[in-house]
Design a protein around this ligand. Structure first.
Ligand SMILES: C[S@@+](CC[C@H](N)C(=O)[O-])C[C@H]1O[C@@H](n2cnc3c(N)ncnc32)[C@H](O)[C@@H]1O
Length: 277
């Protein structure tokens, strides 16, 4: 049967194939007419491979089980927007309320573990590291794990190198001068901050329990991309990685639908946080 073209030149059966492909590989749901999104993200890959169009790329994807190509396509469909000290109310709550409590609760072990799930290029994890450095915890064992599905994002985060435009977003100039130095046109984060964070690739839909136990988990601005069942399952998994009474931070636009079984919602200053039951 002949395939019809929709608003752009991706054939309708290829459009559905790409929607299903991305959903099954990474869990991201792309609904409605998002032809421009597939076109803009996948055309550069098609061009790079010497293919004429995204339709040709679909034909290749259907014909091959090549993992590198699959990852490249799927990673291109992730949205990696992030910046330093995003949703500052969370960092204020940590500084003013949560850390003072944790310092008392963990005074015996002097160990704190944090997780930035879906860490993208690392600004969330490094913001936390810089905040912790200001809190007189130098003799504490502080561990921050940053994870993301995308190996390209993990590599960028590990490098600790940021463009001018990235350090202009959310990072106070005092912290820029204190923790970064110039590297050509970019900025390089200090070894001292980088050492506090370890990054690895992790798919949030996989079993997560072995990663914990954490005192605090950031899972911000990623659940919005998943369907309700996937969100629910990830929330349950994250609950399993947290100490009882540990805190979960979600993105401003995210509701933890069905969270009540696992978390209690609390307001701390201007921040909403979720406490593990
Ligand atoms: C918009 S960024 C959020 C970055 C940061 N948490 C923030 O709020 O600024 C979303 C990230 O989620 C990652 N992601 C998408 N699906 C994922 C999955 N199944 N497992 C792990 N990470 C995923 C993407 O690669 C992307 O880097």
């Amino acid at each position: 049967m002949a395939t019809q073209t929709l608003s752009t030149d991706i054939f309708s059966d290829n459009y559905r194939f790409l929607q299903d492909y991305v959903r099954s590989e990474v869990g991201i749901v792309i609904e409605g007419d998002k032809h421009y999104l597939f076109e803009s993200r996948l055309s550069p890959i098609a061009t790079d491979l010497g293919l004429g169009s995204v339709n040709d790329l679909c034909a290749l994807l259907r014909a091959t089980k090549e993992k590198d190509l699959s990852r490249r396509v799927v990673e291109a469909m992730t949205t990696n927007e992030t910046y330093f000290f995003r949703d500052p109310a969370h960092y204020d709550a940590i500084r003013n309320e949560l850390l003072p409590r944790l310092k008392q609760e963990r005074a015996d072990t002097r160990k704190l573990k944090f997780w930035s799930a879906a860490s993208s290029t690392g600004q969330e994890a490094y913001s936390l590291a810089m905040l912790l450095m200001e809190q007189g915890l130098s003799d504490w064992n502080l561990q921050i794990l940053g994870t993301d599905y995308s190996s390209q994002m993990v590599e960028r985060a590990q490098s600790g190198t940021y463009q001018q435009i990235e350090v202009n977003r959310g990072l106070p100039s005092t912290l820029l001068l204190k923790h970064f130095k110039r590297a050509g046109v970019n900025w390089q984060l200090s070894e001292a901050v980088r050492r506090m964070v370890r990054f690895e690739t992790i798919d949030l839909r996989k079993s997560l329990r072995a990663l914990g136990p954490f005192d605090m988990v950031f899972c911000r601005n990623v659940l919005i991309y998943f369907d309700a069942a996937t969100k629910q399952n990830i929330l349950e998994q994250i609950h399993g990685t947290l100490f009882r009474g540990g805190w979960l931070m979600l993105g401003g636009a995210e509701t933890a639908f069905g969270y009540e079984k696992f978390f209690e919602k609390q307001s701390i200053g201007n921040a909403i946080v979720f406490v593990a039951k």
